[in-house]
Design a protein around this ligand. Structure first.
Ligand code: SF4
Ligand code: SF4
Length: 358
């Protein structure tokens, strides 16, 4: 793999060059936390950040997205006939500073949006036109558990370029053709030789700083109904939950949405909006029946989906990359690490489980 040295004195000049081809998105400080936002003319990403409060999933999967439009003018021939909006643009964009755990959420989410039966054109076009310039993570939070959730602080497998902060310069691993194209556009060509051992050491040091983990080895073997009926897990966990939905909104791997039809003036819009399995309205039927009418049922759905249904359906790990956002931001400290370890160790004979975070 090619590794390039980018002097930090040349960083801003390179960013300005790629701005000619790509629209840029990067971490910016808002009040006392960071978000990913469009970088306006001359604006630089703030690379001195731990991670953004809300995940950057919106870049490919917007929180609200018009997916179809129609005329509401009865005199027009295509009155009320929905069509894809003609003004929908998919320009090349580069996301600067995305963390490996967030990039690793993309193949997880893709399993929902790119299937043999259905390919979501909006998600796929946005994904294909996005170049991910990641930033390796040297100072993970105590709540991060990426190394036991299929990711890692130096995991570059879902990035196009991975930057490693090395004091006065970045080392940039060029991973894909998209990454190569971006490095060329930026004029970053100064090859760094003989640094493989140094990078391996940095990776190992970063991984050793991850303080917590989840145990997932037994999840696939657990009978689904035993976990579903494990009230000793769900009653305790659901007791404090206020169904605020924070955990699902900040999560890079949650993909649930709702579709709304709206009329504005003489146009109709079909809009896809993020939704949350933690909200009663999400599953409320027109008949007034709600299959998940209690908060226990909703909380159980979130964890069963991430840690059992997904595991069984895709046989490819859990629906979580260990970013730790839901652990940090749940107002009542419901901790997916603890729930995962409980589900993994649950014994249906005795209805007991390990409830520790290690
Ligand atoms: S963030 Fe916590 S309280 Fe809010 S819905 Fe999620 S688990 Fe419940
Ligand atoms: S479930 Fe929690 S820790 Fe896992 S990816 Fe989502 S927000 Fe991050």
């Amino acid at each position: 793999m090619k590794v390039i040295r980018i002097d930090k004195n040349d960083w801003a000049e390179g960013i300005e060059k790629i701005r000619k081809t790509y629209s840029l998105i990067g971490p910016v400080k808002e009040k006392f936390y960071h978000i990913f936002a469009n970088l306006g003319s001359g604006q630089m990403p703030d690379m001195e950040f731990t991670n953004s409060r809300i995940s950057p999933k919106y870049i490919i999967y917007p929180q609200s997205e018009i997916i179809l439009k129609c005329s509401m003018n009865a005199e027009e021939e295509d009155y009320k006939i929905y069509r894809e909006p003609e003004d929908k643009e998919y320009k090349e964009k580069a996301v600067l500073g995305i963390r490996p755990c967030d990039a690793d959420s993309l193949p997880v989410v893709m399993r929902n949006f790119d299937t043999d039966e259905y390919k979501d054109p909006y998600w796929l076009r946005a994904f294909e036109t996005t170049t991910l310039v990641g930033l390796a993570c040297d100072a993970p939070c105590p709540s991060c558990f990426c190394t036991s959730a299929g990711s890692g602080p130096y995991n570059h497998k879902n990035l196009d370029v991975m930057l490693i902060d090395n004091k006065d310069h970045y080392l940039a691993e060029i991973i894909t053709e998209k990454g190569e194209k971006l490095a060329e556009a930026a004029g970053w060509q100064d090859k760094a030789e003989g640094i493989a051992d140094e990078i391996a050491k940095r990776k190992s040091d970063a991984e050793s700083k991850i303080e917590s983990n989840v145990h997932t080895d037994n999840l696939a073997k657990q009978p689904l109904l035993d976990l579903y009926e494990a009230t000793s897990i769900w009653e305790k966990a659901a007791f404090a939950c206020i169904n605020c939905g924070t955990c699902t909104y900040v999560c890079p791997t949650c993909w649930c949405f709702d579709i709304q039809d709206e009329v504005y003036g003489r146009e109709g819009f079909r809009i896809r909006n993020w939704d949350s399995c933690m909200y009663p309205l999400f599953t409320l039927h027109a008949s007034a029946h709600n299959p998940r009418g209690t908060k226990l049922a909703r909380l159980r759905q979130r964890f069963m989906h991430k840690l059992k249904y997904y595991v069984d359906k895709y046989e490819n790990g859990i629906q979580c990359t260990g970013c730790g956002r839901c652990v940090r931001l749940c107002p009542v400290n419901i901790d997916i690490r603890r729930i995962c370890n409980m589900m993994n160790s649950y014994d249906p004979e005795t209805c007991t489980c390990e409830a520790t975070v290690s």
